[in-house]
Design a protein around this ligand. Structure first.
Ligand SMILES: NC(=O)c1ccc[n+]([C@@H]2O[C@H](COP(=O)([O-])OP(=O)(O)OC[C@H]3O[C@@H](n4cnc5c(N)ncnc54)[C@H](OP(=O)(O)O)[C@@H]3O)[C@@H](O)[C@H]2O)c1
Length: 177
């Protein structure tokens, strides 16, 4: 429905998926495997991985065939398997790792169909929002949402087709998978 309405306006050149959940009603990031629960895990995966995947399904076909176009999903550094030195946050970490894999997989299909289009995972840094507020420790480089959005748009502006399928942070630097 939403994709159909967007399609009526023309082929979008920029789509940013900014949905995500870390905590909420009955949902807290797990510190231990003892806190793992099926319902909480399912909700986190639904919002952080399955939702963006369905957006890929409906919006990647709308990207124009020629010229630069970007589908970017906000992931998180804690979804990096290589960078996981602290543990905890099982569902959030795993759902973002799943999102990263979905982005990478879609980028391969997208390259065949629309070689100039870019599908990418972005880490926004720590941003002062409801999602991060309970966990933002002093000492972290916490950005205001406007500034964070501006940084991400600068990264998106600088993207080239070879960047498709990668995982970049708000400075434009690669985050290890
Ligand atoms: N803030 C950070 O420090 C930080 C760090 C790393 C990565 N990220 C990622 O950046 C993205 C944006 O997060 P944020 O910090 O802007 O958090 P936020 O302010 O809590 O925004 C989360 C967004 O996700 C939507 N959402 C949540 N649950 C949903 C559901 N069940 N169905 C549909 N939409 C739902 C919310 O919609 P409503 O407003 O309608 O509830 C909201 O638009 C997320 O993917 C997050 O994981 C954030």
């Amino acid at each position: 429905m939403c994709a159909r309405q967007v399609a009526e306006l023309g082929n979008p050149r920029l789509i940013v998926v900014a949905t995500g959940v870390l905590h909420g009603d009955g949902l807290q990031p797990e510190k231990s495997w003892r806190q793992l629960g099926a319902a909480q895990m399912a909700e986190t995966f639904a919002v952080n991985a399955i939702g963006p995947a369905l957006l890929m399904k409906h919006f990647l076909p709308l990207l124009p065939r020629d010229g630069k176009a970007v589908f970017a999903a906000l992931s998180a550094r804690v979804g990096s398997i290589a960078d996981n030195g602290r543990g905890g946050w099982y569902s959030y970490r795993a759902s973002k790792a799943a999102l990263n894999q979905l982005i990478r997989t879609a980028s391969i299909e997208l390259k065949r169909l629309k070689p100039q289009a870019i599908c990418i995972a972005l880490h926004p840094g720590t941003v002062l929002t409801g999602l991060s507020a309970p966990f933002s420790k002093s000492g972290l480089d916490v950005q205001l949402p406007d500034a964070a959005a501006e940084r991400l748009l600068r990264v998106i502006d600088a993207l080239e087709s070879e960047d498709s399928g990668s995982f970049l942070d708000h400075r434009g630097e690669q985050v290890p998978w």
